[in-house]
Design a protein around this ligand. Sequence first.
Ligand SMILES: [Ca+2]
Length: 393
Amino acid sequence: MTFPLPHRVLRILAPSVLAPLVAARSEEPPRPAQVEFNRDIRAFGRNQRRREFFSAPASRRAMRSSMPPNLRRTPRSAMKASPNNRVTMVAKFFKLPTDPMNPSAIMKLSRILQTVVLFFFLATFSVAADASYPQWDGKETVAEYAKRASLAPTLTLDLGGDVKWEGVLIPAGAFVMGSPAGEAKTEQQSAMEKQHKVTITRPFYLGKFELTQAQYEKVTGENPSGTKGDDLPVHNVSWQNAQDFCEKLGQQLGREVQLPTEAQLEYACRAGTTTAYHSGNTIADLDKAGWYGANSGGRPHRGGEKLPNAWGVYDMHGNIREFTRDCFADAPPEDATDPTGPKDGDPKNHVVRGGGYSANAAVVLNCRAAIRKPTEALAITGFRVLVAVPAGK
Ligand SMILES: [Ca+2]
């Protein structure tokens, strides 16, 4: 057989040129098992090389099978798992075989990892959805906001028997918390009511009235109030009594029931106003909206006898002083989103808001919207409750 010149030259030169290369390749140390294992994981992750292999002509597969083990694409014997390999650690956590690791285990592990990724995606999405409630625009009515937020403007809950609880929707929104420099107040109050910006990201239903004795007794079986009357606000309760009531009612209804935070209560009280009372700045304005020393007759009154604020909430000034969820601290709060009070506050001393029916001329400023008082005078202190809206939409 004769060959053209170039082929002859190659036949002569090839052994001398290729021999050192073949020799070098054969002297190459076997690849570490870890490298082969990682490569195999990638191959099965895409499932691409496996398809390539089995779709290749039989001759090619045979050729590959005849190759030295260290040059094959996926030598099963090289699937040794290293204890330092992250995939191996995850596999061990889920009790999957790792030595040698078989394809079905790898696929199972892949599905588990996909599920974990999907879980984190959904969790992230739900957090984003929680923040998606619209903010009150500062002008619209609660009914208009409720329509925009796809929420009911009011909420009525059946506590059993004929006892009902009525809540009104408080929009999500931002406001300036605290009292302005020109407002009538003491020096000490002024220091504690430093103005700052607060954002409430989640709307909520707040009791239209202070919690009544009938409602409290229906849930707890007790009524510690000094002046008795089913429709009168419950009073002479401790913060823990109020907290226990919320927890018990929440379990009974399967809803999230809480005391409002200090910020939520001032925000709901102001209903967009910036004056000392939601009805204005003067004592005459207080007289329209709340029961205090000069108009109460020295006793608590049933809800609904004075003017509500713009969002339909009654007795936010006077009548019964109201517990908030927050611990008390002298230092004024700073700008915040959904604040929940000082973390290092006294757990036995909570912020009380709004003043009471006994506030005489000397302490009538205690009925202002921005007032911050520590726990004291339980005999004239009660609360109103908050029912949360769903976390996401
Ligand atoms: Ca009140």
